[in-house]
Design a protein around this ligand. Sequence first.
Ligand code: DC
Length: 234
Amino acid sequence: MSGPVSRHGFRGQVTLDGPSGTGKSSVARALAVRLGASYLDTGAMYRAATVAVLDAGIEPTDAESVTRSVSAARIDIGTEAGTELVQVDGVDVATRIRGVEVTRSVSAVSAVPAVRRLLVDRQRALVADAEAIVVEGRDIGTVVLPEATLKVYLTAAPEIRAERRAGQLGVTDPAEIAAIAADLRRRDDYDSSRADSPLRPAPDAVVVDSSGLDREAVVDRVLELALTAVGEKA
Ligand code: DC
């Protein structure tokens, strides 16, 4: 895919925060394409940091060692909506970051304040390089870009989120779906209750509940909000 083509004249930043299983990533990518904007997946950065920690043989709960290994690692992340580039020290980890090993440890790594400071600085630098960008994560509207053009908090009922995640994984067994729901709840509780940058909507975020909506309907809604925010028509 070629670089972003600015459509609709959108300039600025759209932040998309919310828990996992809301369809946030696919909405964020599709929105970036529709706006002709860049796209930044900050969750992928925390996941890449977790790869560095695991490969160094460090316990994800050992905050000091975690910080040391994340500072030493070179984490490269692409900002094109059409391609996924995630590298740690020059090695492609785009597939590995979605695996169970990383998923199990990423909450602990992302709860370390020094890791957050490092990655937030990089996120702001990447955003500063883009005329128009959609940034997804947990704390983008609250901490990373509190002055963003539009802040959206995407949510969905827990059962729906578990079913969507099961669908992506091809799981149909009710017991396995229940296990997925329990894992989502565990991660939500962890992410929402951590002391540094907990998951929560910014005071001025627009909350969009995707429970009864398909992906296209959510993208249309957020696109309309983004264009309205810059005085354009959808
Ligand atoms: O969106 P995701 O599932 O790829 O995120 C992976 C983890 O990283 C998740 O446990 C929350 C954390 N995260 C975060 O703390 N802050 C962000 N801005 C993005 C993700």
